[in-house]
Design a protein around this ligand. Structure first.
Ligand code: NAP
Length: 284
C-alpha cells in the first residue's frame, strides 16, 4: 500500500505495545479492502495519556484502540461511552463520530463471536463457571449475561472482586461468587468453563488455574489466553474429550468489531486470522 497525503490514521495506545499483533491484523484488513489507512502502535506513558489522546484528536485519527494500562483512564478524555464501555467499565476502541470521541468495548462481543463461530453452543443452556474477575472477565461476563446464558458463577482468587462482578452481572442473569479454590463442585455441574485469569500464559505455561482433575468430558473449556495457543488447561480438557476454545478468535474478533466501527464495513476475518497466526508463530 502506498502512503500518500490522503492516507488516514488509526492506531493503538498502550504501555508496552511492542508485543501487539493489532498492527499486523489491522493493516492486513486495510490492504485487503484497499482502504487508504495505516495503523500504528504507540507506547504511551500513563502520565502522558491525556496529551496523547489530544494529539490523536488534533491529527484527525479516524479512531484508535486502547490497551493495558489505559483502558479505564482513557475514559476521562472521551465525550461519550457506548453501553458496552459503560457496563464493562473500560474502553478498548475509540471512534470519532461527528466531532465526538466515543468509547466502546469490543472485547465481550469479540469473545462471543469467536465462541459461537468455533463451537456449536446453545447459549441459553449454558451454566458458566468463569475463572477470574479482572478486566477480561468483566467484558466476557457482560457479553454472556446479555446473550442470555442460564447462570454465571464467578470464581476468583480474591473473593471481593468475584462478588463485585457477580453483583453487577445479576442485572441480567443468575449469578454467584465463590473463591477459586471452591470451584470444583460448581465445575462438576457446569457446561462452559472459561479461564479469564492470566494463569498459564507465557512464560508460565506449566501452570493451571485449577487442578486438571476438576475437568470433565461434558464441558466446553475456553481459555482467553492465546500465547500459547493451547494452554495446559486446554490440553488437559482435550485429553478428556471436552470441547476446547482458545483466545485467538477473541483477539481477531475484537479487532474486527473495532474495524467495523471505524470503517462501517466488516474486515476479512479469515485473512486477519492467518496474519495473526503467522505473527504469533514468528514471536514464539
Ligand atoms: P487482569 O484484569 O489483571 O485480571 C487478572 C485475573 O487473573 C484476576 O482475576 C486475578 O485474580 C487472576 N489471577 C492472576 N494471577 C493469578 C494466580 N496466580 N492465581 C489465581 N488467579 C490469578 O487481567 P485481564 O486483562 O483480565 O487479562 C486476563 C487474561 O486474559 C490474560 O491472560 C490476557 O492475556 C487474556 N486476555 C485475552 C484477550 C483475547 O483477546 N484473547 C483479551 C483480553 C485478555 P485476583 O483478582 O485475585 O488478582
Amino acid at each position: 500500500m502506498q502512503i500518500t497525503s490522503q492516507t488516514g490514521m488509526l492506531g493503538l495506545i498502550g504501555h508496552p505495545v511492542a508485543h501487539s499483533k493489532s498492527p499486523d491484523m489491522m493493516n492486513c484488513a486495510c490492504r485487503e479492502l484497499g482502504l487508504p489507512f495505516v495503523y500504528l502502535a504507540f507506547d504511551i506513558d500513563p502520565q502522558e495519556l491525556g496529551q496523547a489522546v489530544e494529539g490523536m484528536k488534533a491529527l484527525k485519527f479516524r479512531g484508535f484502540n486502547v490497551t493495558i494500562p489505559h483502558k479505564v483512564a482513557v475514559m476521562d478524555y472521551l465525550d461519550e461511552l457506548d453501553e458496552s464501555a459503560k457496563e464493562i467499565g473500560a474502553v478498548n476502541t475509540v471512534v470519532e463520530n461527528s466531532g465526538k470521541w466515543v468509547g466502546h468495548n469490543t472485547d465481550g462481543i469479540g469473545y462471543l463471536r469467536s465462541l459461537t463461530e468455533e463451537i456449536a453452543v446453545q447459549l441459553d443452556q449454558q451454566r458458566v463457571v468463569m475463572l477470574g474477575a479482572g478486566g477480561a472477565a468483566r467484558a466476557v461476563g457482560f457479553a454472556l449475561a446479555t446473550a442470555g446464558v442460564e447462570r454465571i458463577t464467578v470464581a476468583n482468587r480474591t473473593l471481593a472482586k468475584a462478588e463485585q462482578l457477580a453483583n453487577h452481572l445479576a442485572k441480567w442473569v443468575k449469578t454467584e461468587a465463590i473463591k477459586l479454590d471452591e470451584a470444583q463442585s460448581h465445575i462438576a455441574k457446569a457446561t462452559l468453563l472459561i479461564n479469564t485469569t492470566s494463569v498459564g500464559m507465557h512464560p508460565n505455561t506449566d501452570q493451571l488455574p485449577i487442578p486438571a482433575d476438576w475437568l470433565h468430558a461434558k464441558l466446553i473449556v475456553s481459555d482467553l489466553i492465546y500465547h500459547p495457543r493451547e494452554t495446559d488447561l486446554l490440553a488437559a480438557a482435550k485429553a478428556l474429550g471436552a470441547k476446547t476454545h482458545n483466545g485467538m478468535g477473541m483477539l481477531v474478533h475484537q479487532a474486527a468489531e473495532a474495524f467495523t466501527l471505524w470503517m462501517g464495513q466488516r474486515p476479512p476475518v479469515q485473512q486477519m486470522k492467518k496474519v495473526l497466526e503467522a505473527a504469533l508463530t514468528a514471536s514464539d
